[in-house]
Design a protein around this ligand. Sequence first.
Ligand code: NAX
Length: 327
Amino acid sequence: SLNPMTVAVTGAAGQIGYSLLFRIANGDLLGRERPVRLRLLEIPSALPALEGTVMELQDCAFPLLRDVEIGSDPREVFDGAQLALLVGARPRAKGMERGDLLEANGAIFTEQGRALNDAAHDDVRVVVTGNPANTNALIAQRNAPDIPASRFSALTRLDHNRAVAMLAEKTGASVNDVKHLSVWGNHSATQYPDLDHARVAGQPATELVSREWVTETFIPTVAQRGAAILQARGASSAASAASATIDHARDLMLGNPRGDWTSMAVVSDGSYGVPEGLISSFPVTTSGGDWSIVQGLEISEFSRARIDASVAELETERAAVTELGLI
Ligand code: NAX
């Protein structure tokens, strides 16, 4: 049988963690052949609750789950990690300014970046879900100088999946028929879900839906979906965010389905005019832990303006964390 893989998860006692850990242990991330060792990081006050989750993991008697260790020291928890899912982050408290939020998360992601640099497996892959995801990923990456920048990515897969589901519903198709949809930019309200190259059962999406629906309904609904769920549930998206984290990490490690691409925030090489070094969402293909940005797509004027607006927001965030001395 295959060697076990060591997977570290931060914020493991949180809402997303409560769904994510069981999916990983069930083999949804690495496949039904690969045993897994879980290494779970939490803040000290959340460790007792996390112990309860560990008891439940044991009680599932998952055939693939080798062992579980928990702790609050990132250097210990990340020791030998081959995949690190950084989910834990500081949520925005009432009255907190954006700068305060960046600073609070800066403290977390500088420390975790350094710990990954020193303790993780040489071949580690790092996926950031905790918000602000793109900039948290940038902070971790810049504080891990010995880990190649391409090993870091941030989650826009939930936005991608929401867009796929919405287009499928609108056109009366199955989600399996929707291909080549792209999410560009920041995982925030400025994100741009792009239908220009999307196909539904082989037909261009732009021939199936009106431009008005795209601008007035599709783009704002996808961008505001998180807020709608918070409003309805009284809590932010958790199971769907965990599922998207699984999709992202599985595609990264095992490869995305042929004949399609997916969306991930990765370090820009300057493709599509996105400034080098920013962690911005692109259409990507993946295989064996590596990604490549889909090249040669024609970008309409409409798309250009939206990509530029979201990238401008990322540049502002990068300037703010540079100013704070975090990168
Ligand atoms: P919760 O507040 O339920 O859980 C977060 C957990 O992180 C808490 O248990 C907390 O103790 C822990 N934590 C805080 N600081 C830590 C540190 N330094 N080390 C380790 N653990 C730490 O939030 P949850 O709903 O699980 O969401 C987690 C993160 O995902 C949030 O930042 C949230 O904004 C973000 N999201 C990102 C999404 C995306 O698509 N990229 C969508 C869903 C979600 O909103």
